[in-house]
Design a protein around this ligand. Structure first.
Ligand code: ASP
Length: 347
């Protein structure tokens, strides 16, 4: 035997013995399952419908979140999302496909309503994983994706109200009686003290146990232009391993970037944790590492929230969060679409 073929043969034997012990033992789900953030009730329904018709779990997840990306009423995702501090909508998204263990992402993408579709194109039609800013836009243009103004009148008015109520030390003045003219803006004035966040994540498992996931967002409202959150970063806002499960996230992206929380949760599932145990482990890691007093409540717990949506290869699912007892996430399985309560660490 030539030395080269011996080494190759040994490699194969080694690979099969190492990986044999890691091969998934989970049973397949008896029905496709989709989980999503609370704004994804219609998304999980559509995703499961597509998987029942034989659709790929990633395509099903992307079709599901497209409903929210195009919804002008959802101010945290796609068209109608709240803009950056200069009034420009910048979108982040990533996708991951279990059977190929491939992924794609775009960050700070302007003018494109469905960033999740561009992320999927990055995965399928480039040898890269992440494109940002102008490069991501030019890539979308190359694929003939139409550009449009994503700033709705509603989002522009919220942004202007934020800008006008920011500081007494600048020259932007609110109208004397803005809330009487536009009563719906009142609640936004009250929310400026707390930074507005929101995103949609959707993770799917089909009846073969194959997994797909997507996260898409306009990110933190009024962010510094160019700020990239966790949503387009594989391992932070989304991760999956086709042998075990998927985890996606919403909430304070910086906390997920500093803890690679979705990767951590999927690793926990690889080690045998249930989706619920894995999600809570990710929450606890964020709490453990949150050392900045600026980001702590009086009891030392985080002064922000992060939520996780998880599904494993067998179709078990969970939603977990650091806080916000009573908050819901979306799930769809053989029992149809519904909202269920998140398991939380703090009220
Ligand atoms: N995770 C998103 C970000 O940090 C925002 C959110 O989900 O609220 O960009």
């Amino acid at each position: 035997m030539k030395r080269r073929s011996f080494i190759q043969g040994a490699g194969t034997a080694l690979a099969s013995s190492v990986f044999a012990s890691q091969s998934p033992t989970a049973t397949k789900p008896n029905h496709p399952v989709a989980v999503a953030s609370g704004n994804g009730l219609k998304s999980v329904e559509l995703a499961v419908k597509q998987m029942l018709a034989g659709g790929d779990p990633l395509d099903a997840a992307v079709a599901g979140v497209n409903l929210v990306e195009e919804d002008p009423e959802d101010t945290s995702v796609g068209y109608g999302g709240l803009p950056n501090e200069r009034g420009v909508v910048e979108l982040d998204s990533c996708v991951m496909h279990g059977p190929t263990h491939n992924g794609g992402a775009v960050a700070s993408l302007r003018n494109i309503k469905y960033p999740s579709r561009v992320a999927r194109l990055v995965m399928k039609r480039t040898d890269h994983v992440l494109l940002v800013g102008q490069g991501a836009l030019e890539f979308a243009r190359a694929h003939g994706i139409p550009e449009e103004n994503l700033l709705t009148e509603k989002a522009r008015k919220i942004w202007l109200a934020w800008k006008e109520s920011l500081s007494k030390g600048d020259d932007w003045l609110p109208p004397e009686d803005l809330t009487a003219q536009e009563p719906w803006l009142k609640k936004w004035y009250e929310r400026f003290a707390k930074r507005h966040t929101g995103t949609i994540n959707c993770c799917c498992v089909d009846k073969n146990g194959d997994i797909g996931g997507v996260t898409t967002t306009s990110g933190l409202a009024f962010k510094i232009p160019g700020r990239v959150g966790d949503s387009p970063i594989l391992g932070a806002g989304l991760f999956l391993d086709n042998g075990y499960g998927a985890c996606g996230s919403t909430g304070r992206g910086e906390a997920n970037l500093l803890n690679l929380s979705s990767f951590l949760a999927v690793e926990e599932m690889r080690r045998g944790a249930s989706p619920r145990e894995a999600g809570l482990a990710a929450c606890k890691r964020i709490v453990e590492h949150n050392r900045d007093p600026r980001l702590q409540k009086a009891d030392g717990s985080p002064d922000f929230n992060v939520k996780f949506f998880l599904v494993n290869k067998a179709g078990d699912y969970a939603g977990c969060a650091i806080r916000d007892r009573g908050a819901k996430y979306a799930v769809c399985d053989e029992n149809g679409p519904r909202l269920e309560e998140l398991t939380v660490l703090y009220d």
